[in-house]
Design a protein. Structure first.
Length: 324
């Protein structure tokens, strides 16, 4: 079984255990992400992800009293006009200047008491080899008793849409120098089955050298595919889906349809978003508990709403085109 409870370590100390479903906050797609964050902050009692870009440009308040682990993304998503798989054409501002020097300023001034995962710098216009990505990340990211280092791996050349997992695995021993390994959902492959197989190959490559670092899938936080990636060997998942849609009984729904079905036809627009955010956060907590139970039992029945569908989808990938 590729899915299991793994540890996030900083300086040899365990700072968190997986699986983790991490709510993200980003100015990309939201008119006022500070207001969103301030509204839901009282709910948060687990790790979150924020962007160094948003911290630098004061689009979101620095989480000075966080309830748990902070994942500090390097800001490549906000600095680009690129989209993840959950984007649907909402507010996307023209990006401001962003580079390694500005990212380094955020890191050097970071004094949050809670442990922080620092994600390596990426930019949509920057394409270098895996070897260079590894060297640059090891040199730029702090590593101490309160800081974990995560490399976010990107395709090596212009025009390359997906990660070449075979080429990446040639560097597997160097990847063991990080505390987490990150990839984006959309760059793992052209369909869900391909992404699952690539996650499994990456996990087995790490296992082959006795490396238990968690795999983090950026941009994946939904009620179904996220679980399939977990079953394939990934451990940490984040995304903005929990702010954009509604989670209900195993489905990821358009918020206004969910409102009509479950909140009543009279609920106002101002009431709808906070109601969905609260319910989605609770849903993620429950799904995370189901994932943890699965690591012990191996039973798909741990996933209350999608047990049969997940079982069928996972077996399809395992049994077709070379399996996992």
């Amino acid at each position: 079984m590729l899915s299991k409870i793994r540890e996030i370590r900083a300086g040899g100390k365990v700072i968190e255990k997986t699986p983790l479903l991490v709510p993200s906050f980003s100015s990309k797609g939201f008119w006022d992400i500070r207001q969103v964050y301030n509204e839901v902050q009282p709910l948060i009692d687990r790790p979150i992800l924020v962007s160094a870009y948003d911290i630098f440009y004061e689009k979101i308040d620095r989480p000075d009293d966080p309830a748990g682990l902070i994942i500090l993304d390097s800001g490549g998503y906000e600095a680009s006009k690129d989209a993840d798989l959950s984007d649907y054409g909402d507010y996307s501002p023209n990006p401001q200047e962003w580079n390694e020097e500005l990212f380094a300023k955020v890191i050097s001034s970071w004094d949050i008491p809670e442990p922080t995962v620092f994600v390596s710098y990426d930019h949509p216009d920057r394409r270098v080899t895996f070897g260079e990505q590894i060297t640059d990340a090891l040199g730029a990211l702090p590593g101490d008793q309160n800081s974990a280092r995560e490399i976010l791996l990107k395709p090596e050349s212009e025009g390359q849409r997906f990660l070449d997992i075979g080429a990446l695995l040639k560097h597997v021993e160097s990847l063991a120098g990080f505390d987490l390994l990150g990839v984006t959902e959309k760059e793992l492959g052209g369909n869900t089955a391909e992404r699952m197989r690539n996650i499994a190959a990456l996990r087995r490559g790490l296992d082959s050298i006795g490396c238990e670092i968690p795999i983090h899938i950026f941009g994946s936080l939904d009620t179904f595919n996220t679980v399939l990636y977990f079953l394939s060997g990934a451990d940490v998942f984040d995304g903005l889906t929990w702010l954009r849609f509604s989670f209900f009984e195993g489905h990821t729904l358009y918020k206004h349809v969910h409102a009509s079905r479950n909140y009543g036809l009279e609920i106002s627009v101002d009431e709808l978003d906070p109601a969905c955010w609260f319910d989605n956060y609770q849903y993620l907590r429950q799904l995370e508990r189901s994932m943890r139970k699965y690591t012990g039992s191996g039973e798909f029945s741990e996933f209350e709403w999608n047990a049969e569908e997940l079982d069928r989808a996972y077996k399809h990938v395992v049994e077709n085109k070379g399996g996992m």
